[in-house]
Design a protein around this ligand. Structure first.
Ligand SMILES: CC(C)(COP(=O)(O)OP(=O)(O)OC[C@H]1O[C@@H](n2cnc3c(N)ncnc32)[C@H](O)[C@@H]1OP(=O)(O)O)[C@@H](O)C(=O)NCCC(=O)NCCS
Length: 143
């Protein structure tokens, strides 16, 4: 049995929330915008998820997580590769704000200076935690 990557549907929301809450990642987006999500499944069980958010000025990879027992087995790479393929044709660049910069470096993303965050993201510009935020801005050129 192989790990498969599929578009998510409403019925997947509870399992996606379970994956995200393992790492205290926010789950609102899955509830409000499930169509943006993909899932990694093994034997019909969701073991990972990720989201391609095009609801703001920039195209952003969000909410990527893999269940603890499945980490370091190539599932995160499959999720990123799927979203990268979908992102081509939608934009020239794919952004991420992440605490897992080592992983995204391996996926070809380049770190940006923190000072760019408020220019790229409106929610960063308005955020009172901007100065202490640990999320690293990164970008992947899609051309
Ligand atoms: C980050 C995460 C999604 C990676 O998924 P994964 O399935 O474990 O990653 P993969 O097995 O596909 O790893 C691909 C490569 O990245 C490396 N890698 C994985 N996580 C890494 C990390 N945190 N730091 C550095 N390298 C990492 C792997 O060693 C592998 O390298 P290789 O190709 O040289 O062997 C997963 O670790 C996770 O769910 N983390 C917790 C949630 C999280 O932090 N999400 C990001 C929020 S933006």
């Amino acid at each position: 049995m192989a790990v498969v990557i599929l578009s998510a549907g409403k019925a997947d929301i509870p399992q996606i929330k379970k994956v995200l809450t393992q790492y205290l990642l926010e789950t609102e987006l899955a509830k409000s915008n499930i169509d943006l999500f993909i899932v990694a499944e093994y034997n019909k069980k969701i073991i990972g998820c990720a989201c391609l958010d095009n609801s703001s000025d920039v195209l952003e990879l969000r909410s990527i997580a893999v269940l603890p027992g499945w980490k370091n087995k190539g599932v995160g790479r499959k999720l990123v590769n799927t979203l990268r393929s979908r992102a081509r044709g939608m934009s020239d660049r794919l952004y991420v704000r992440t605490t897992a910069s080592g992983f995204f470096s391996k996926m070809g993303f380049i770190e940006l200076n923190n000072s760019y965050k408020p220019n790229i993201w409106q929610d960063c510009a308005c955020c009172d935690k901007l100065k202490i935020c640990k999320q690293v801005p990164m970008v992947l050129e899609l051309r």
